[in-house]
Write a protein that binds this ligand. Structure first.
Ligand SMILES: [Fe+2]
Ligand SMILES: [Fe+2]
Length: 419
């Protein structure tokens, strides 16, 4: 007797069904082919009918029906995720709950009712096992390493493991995912965060970002590199511990990532900004912080980015923190960023001389800047500028890997190990 397994994916992206007989594909189809509804995500009953008809069997002859993820585990993530940001997110939360209670939580019951298959024949696999299977079993390999990356499954966002396939009766079909990264750390969500802040629709406009990315130019790289070197030198001069120095250098390289949320016309505008344009510029601090939420970076790095425009006297943004309530990384960044901005040309003015710039930093102690950072600045800036002038101009980092020093991230990130 042959073994029939029906696989289903539904209620999120385009729904689809596939039918296997003794491990061989008999039929597979997307629901939208039958309903003519683009991206139709409803349970794919038409596609199921098609698969059964092709195989010439009835639904009760199915040995197993397998759903592509575990709805309850995903439900838990959504619940906890929303509770963490409650009450800011209560509206989204309510909508998510309605969607979940409507259908997703009852997948098993719906499948049982519609197909007439007993409950113990309905199985749920993990989201990333499904991704791994669709990658491996559509490939020509008998044996392969598998890497899956998406926005988020139940909790997993990235998984790494091994798989084998038995195409010709040799070996066996097996997948073992051994390492995982968990929500909220996610390359997919990082991409989505950029997409959202660029003004495109999430889960849809990512392809536009992907398509346009090669046309970007590393316009801010030199400036970011200068800020990072000065910030690191200041942190060292203040006697901060090695871990904090490393975090500050990393934060300096990422501190203006939120500027993607600000239109180019505003960033490069000569002359005075309108209040609305000021508002747009100011939102880059929070945008940067939110974008970095999906990256497995130390919290100190993210907080330094968020608060790098606070002022010692409390008149900065985004939260108006004052004095030592501002994270030390942000206080260091503020001085490094201001000095770099003053000593390099901006579209709207000529740079002041280094002496003028130093005088302005000194004058800002206790008002805009932390006096302790300004004191360290006074001690090192002569030597720092001399060395910078002698050194060859900074080479653009070849890849993001160089730019954010992935090695450092790898050491500090704590990917959860499961299984
Ligand atoms: Fe996925
Ligand atoms: Fe900034």
């Amino acid at each position: 007797m042959a073994t029939y397994v029906l696989g289903l994916s539904a209620l999120y992206h385009d729904a689809a069904a596939a039918l296997l007989r003794d491990g061989d594909l008999v039929a597979a189809a997307q629901e939208e082919r039958f309903t003519r509804v683009k991206f139709d995500h409803r349970l794919p009953w038409h596609a199921v009918d098609y698969c059964l008809r092709t195989a010439g069997i009835a639904a009760r002859e199915l040995d197993y029906v397998v759903f592509y993820e575990k709805p309850l585990v995903k439900f838990e993530r959504i619940l906890l995720g929303h509770l963490a940001t409650y009450p800011r997110s209560w509206r989204v939360f309510r909508e998510a709950m309605i969607a979940w209670f409507g259908e997703k939580l009852w997948v098993k019951t719906l499948l049982q009712q519609h197909l007439g298959v007993p409950a113990d024949r309905i199985l749920f696999v993990e989201h990333h096992d499904s991704h791994a299977a669709s990658a491996m079993y559509c490939s020509p390999f008998h044996e392969a390493a598998v890497l899956t990356l998406d926005g988020v499954g139940e909790w997993t966002t990235t998984a790494l493991g091994r798989a084998t396939a038995a195409w010709d009766g040799r070996g066996r079909n097996a997948i073992a995912l051994e390492e995982e990264l968990h929500f909220p750390h996610s390359l997919g969500l990082l991409y989505s965060a950029f997409t959202a802040w660029l003004g495109f629709k999430v889960n849809s406009g990512e392809y536009k970002v992907m398509g346009m990315a090669p046309y970007g130019e590393p316009r801010y790289l030199d400036r970011v590199e200068r800020v990072a070197r000065l910030a690191e030198a200041l942190a060292r001069a203040m006697g901060l511990d090695a871990g904090t120095v490393e975090e500050i250098a990393m934060a300096a390289r990422l501190h203006d990532v939120g500027k993607i949320a600000v239109p180019d016309a505003v960033l490069g505008k000569p002359g005075r900004l309108t209040p609305e344009e000021h508002r747009l510029i100011r939102r880059h601090a929070e945008a940067g912080y939110q974008i970095l939420q999906s990256a497995p970076l130390p919290e100190g790095v993210k907080r330094a980015v968020l608060h790098s425009h606070e002022r010692w006297d409390g008149r900065g943004y985004p939260q108006g923190l004052a004095g030592e309530a501002i994270p030390v990384g942000a206080r260091v960044l503020a001085v490094a960023d201001a000095y770099e901005a003053m000593t390099h040309d901006r579209p709207y003015r000529r740079a002041p001389t280094p002496a003028e710039a130093r005088a302005r930093i000194a004058a800002g102690a206790g008002a805009q800047f932390d006096p302790a950072v300004v004191e360290a600045f006074g001690r090192i800036i002569d030597a720092f500028d001399r060395e910078a002038a002698e050194a060859r101009p900074p080479q653009p980092a070849a890849t993001l890997r160089d730019a954010v020093s992935l090695a450092a991230l790898e050491r500090r990130a704590t990917p959860a190990r499961v299984r």
